[in-house]
Design a protein around this ligand. Structure first.
Ligand SMILES: Nc1ncnc2c1ncn2[C@@H]1O[C@H](COP(=O)(O)OP(=O)(O)O)[C@@H](O)[C@H]1O
Ligand SMILES: N[C@@H](CCC(=O)OP(=O)(O)O)C(=O)O
Length: 372
């Protein structure tokens, strides 16, 4: 069995609180240095990596001299705000040794549920990756209420995987992977090398957090794998304490538990776009644009659009129809209907002069479009 990470070109790596803070004893700078070295190695191999790191609350508690994790949400939020400073500084330092810049990205549930913010987060992360920056993501704990928190970063890792359409999610934790029962409680538990993500039996094997600083335990990791599989991504759950774990996975070595997605990335994306979109308007394409979308699955540029029907906002879904009204494709627009009316029939270089700003060169990017 070869690790899926070998062929993956875009990877989300999630590191849990127990690892990052050495079970709540304070930031484990040696561990951060090891992961930074390995992520630098992955970048040299041409892989794009986004890091989702927990640890703000645990580090904040440590800095504030609190020996137990508080229960009150405002205290957790205060701890997160203090601890996030430490996390950001420590990662910046660790990656600087390898000539890599880092970027702090703090997300909430709403950022991923709202179409416009979703697209903004997506394009910012893509821009950071193309600038060779390592985005380091955490939940924006300071502003979220108990009801809408992701709470555990396994869920956030999976949603980021969907957001940037990564090929794989690697969840590094304090166990070697998934066992048939919690190994802390059941020494007879057997290791699971590979399974299909979303298999109900896996949920029954997984228990809650084993340490006092982790929150989700194995259960949220199994659910994260199921979510990641929705955009066709595989998940690997492995030990963050294993030497060179990321580099060895990239070599193809089968370390940890590999949870395979039943559908591939493109099929999953197209299914999602085809099933979940409520159309808010229509773009009428000229013959050349209609042909290019049908035959080559390219992005839609304003110059190929000759009509705009309906009222829609950036991030909403529209149908693309040919002059006869037949649907050619559907996708998420980068510009509102008002903006689209102003820039249609025009070359991309004129967008900025017409609107006073340029959001994206395309009206619909091909990644956000499914041809019919
Ligand atoms: N079936 C299982 N296999 C492996 N670990 C399990 C299982 N069920 C529960 N666990 C527990 O999940 C813990 C990892 O989750 P957690 O403490 O939330 O870590 P993290 O901070 O990395 O997210 C392990 O230490 C282990 O005790
Ligand atoms: N956003 C929180 C992470 C919450 C958490 O404990 O996550 P995890 O360790 O991944 O189960 C923090 O930085 O402390």
């Amino acid at each position: 069995m070869q690790s899926v990470i070998h062929a993956a070109s875009r990877i989300v790596v999630k590191v849990g609180s127990s690892l990052v803070t050495n079970d709540g004893k304070g930031l484990d700078r040696d561990a951060l240095a090891r992961w930074a070295a390995e992520i630098a190695d992955l970048r040299r191999r041409g892989k794009e990596v986004v890091l989702v790191s927990s640890g703000a609350i645990a580090e904040g508690c440590q800095r504030l001299g609190w020996s137990t994790r508080p229960k009150a949400v405002h205290e957790l939020q205060a701890a997160a705000a203090v601890g996030q400073m430490g996390l950001a500084q420590a990662y910046e330092t660790a990656f600087a040794h390898h000539g890599l810049k880092t970027a702090q990205v703090l997300l909430t549930h709403e950022d991923l549920a709202d179409r416009t913010r979703y697209l903004n987060a997506r394009s910012t992360l893509s821009a950071l990756l193309s600038l060779n920056v390592v985005p380091i993501i955490n939940e924006n704990d300071t502003v979220v209420t108990a009801e809408i928190r992701f709470g555990d970063n396994d869920t956030l890792g999976a949603l980021v995987t969907n957001l940037i359409e990564a090929d794989a999610l690697v969840i590094l934790t304090d166990q070697k992977g998934l066992y048939t029962a919690d190994p802390r409680k059941n020494p007879a538990a057997e290791f699971v090398h590979e399974a299909e993500a979303g298999t109900p039996a896996l949920e029954a094997m997984a228990g809650g957090a084993g340490s006092s600083v982790g929150t989700g335990g194995m259960y949220t990791k199994i659910i994260a794998a199921k979510r990641a599989a929705r955009s066709g991504a595989a998940t690997v759950i492995a030990s963050g304490r294993e030497a060179n774990v990321l580099s060895r996975l990239a070599d193809g070595e089968a370390i940890g538990t590999q949870l395979i997605a039943p559908t591939n990335r493109m099929a999953a994306r197209k299914q999602w776009l085809a099933d979940h979109l409520q159309l808010s308007g229509r773009l009428v394409l000229d013959a050349g644009a209609a042909r290019a979308l049908r035959e080559n699955g390219v992005s839609l540029l304003p110059i190929g659009v000759i009509g705009v029907d309906g009222d829609f906002l950036r991030g909403e879904a529209v149908a693309c129809v040919d002059e006869a009204g037949a649907e050619v494709a559907r996708g998420l627009v980068n510009y509102s209907s008002d903006e689209a009316r102003k820039i249609m029939r025009r070359p991309t270089r004129e967008i900025e002069a017409v609107l006073g700003y340029l959001v994206e060169p395309e009206l619909i990017h091909r990644d956000n479009m499914v041809s019919l």
